[in-house]
Ligand binder design. Structure first.
Ligand code: GTR
Length: 378
């Protein structure tokens, strides 16, 4: 049973300060949440970045007849200043014409192509969603380049990486927030209902983006697994040793010290999920994605649930058992599905996420120019 499995893991507590004082009010939780985000910066993802300066956007190409005339497509170059240095990256915007004020998905993409095997663009816009997408490689290369290019080059420190140095997952997440800065200047999308989505390493990134930026009302991590939504303690498949051996640059150098010492981590991945509360998160995984370990992913949502409930939300509504193929749980603030098949961002996953977003759409006046929340105060 899920409850016994969770108890056996002896996870670090979410609703308790390090000195043992319980979290008792919403104000306490805000403090605790900051502590959690700070901890995840120091131990796992590396320091987060301050909002950029001087953000500007130029429409480079526009086609108001995309997808058989149903969609407005724009290629945009987003420019900004980071630590006094210029940085820019391209993004693609797709707004369905048939819907006024569409809900919007910021999609972190492996490739600049749209559509793409993971991004069935026409189906998504036909469902009435706007899509804003950028290729993560345009932010910082996904390889061990000694932090020489893109945003990594700008942030590079002299004399090697400090223990809490910003990892690339955090850089990609930062870019998603910059996209949201830009979206706030547009009048044609529903800013109350913006979700951030990605698959696998970009599923991990989507979680980081939503945890640190409260303007994302929805988060959709697909097959995010190790160092994403899967509880690390007792995890099958990929573990910290493998992920930090292969992809040390995704994380801060501190993280690798926990390889083989998972039980000593002052956190686990339910901290990342809980930092999104009380906002919506809906995750997907696949039975044959044993590298991600669907059961450990599920456990993380069952563990984060207590924070949602503490904040007066429904949390994770699920049956009193471990999940099986074909399960979809969408009633609560936390959604989860387990499909058959392998590691992939499939049409089926997209359908579940769009269904969830429609079901939980936040109603009310469109708020343009919302305050940009700081990622974290040090
Ligand atoms: C794997 C990695 C996983 C996952 C995956 C992906 O090699 O070990 O954690 O991120 O890549 O992004 O496709």
């Amino acid at each position: 049973m899920w409850k016994e499995r969770l108890d056996d893991l002896h996870l670090p507590k979410l609703l308790e300060f390090p000195n043992g004082t319980p979290v008792q009010s919403a104000g306490d939780w805000e403090k605790r949440r900051k502590e959690i985000l700070d901890l995840l910066c120091r131990e796992e993802y590396g320091q987060c970045l301050d909002p950029p300066e001087k953000v500007s956007a130029v429409v480079k190409k526009e086609d108001d007849q995309a997808c058989a005339g149903k969609v407005l497509q724009q290629s945009i170059l987003l420019s900004m200043e980071i630590q006094g240095k210029p940085f820019s990256f391209p993004l693609q915007v797709f707004v369905p014409k048939k819907v006024a004020n569409p809900m919007t998905i910021v999609y972190l993409a492996f490739r600049p192509d749209a559509p793409d095997r993971y991004l069935p663009l026409e189906e998504i816009t036909d469902e009435g969603f706007a899509v804003v997408t950028f290729c993560y490689q345009d932010i910082a290369a996904d390889r061990d380049d000694d932090f020489t290019g893109g945003l990594a080059g700008i942030l590079k420190k002299e004399g090697g990486r400090p223990a809490e140095d910003t990892g690339k997952l955090m850089m990609w997440a930062f870019a998603a927030s910059c996209v949201l800065d830009y979206l706030e200047t547009r009048a044609d999308i529903d800013l109350r209902n913006v979700g951030v989505m990605g698959h696998s390493r970009l599923g991990k990134t989507a979680l980081v983006a939503a945890a640190y930026d409260q303007r994302f009302a929805f988060c959709f991590p697909n097959d995010s697994g190790c160092s994403g939504d899967a509880i690390t303690r007792g995890k099958e498949g990929e573990r910290i040793k493998q992920i930090t051996d292969h992809f040390p640059y995704w994380f801060c150098p501190n993280y690798s010290q926990y390889a083989g010492r998972e039980g000593q981590m002052p956190f686990d991945q339910h901290f990342l999920v809980a930092a999104i509360a009380p906002r919506y998160v809906c995750a997907g995984t696949a039975v044959d994605d044993t590298w991600s370990d669907p059961m450990s992913q599920y456990l993380s949502y069952t563990a984060a649930d207590e924070v949602y409930r503490f904040l007066g939300k429904e949390g994770f509504v699920h049956p009193d058992r471990m999940p099986k193929a074909g399960d979809t749980f969408q009633e609560g603030t936390i959604g989860f599905h387990l499909r058959s098949g392998t590691h992939f961002h499939s049409r089926y996953d997209w359908q579940q996420y769009m269904e969830f977003m429609k079901k939980h759409r936040i109603r009310g006046r469109k708020t343009n120019g919302m305050e940009r929340l700081k990622w974290i105060e040090h």
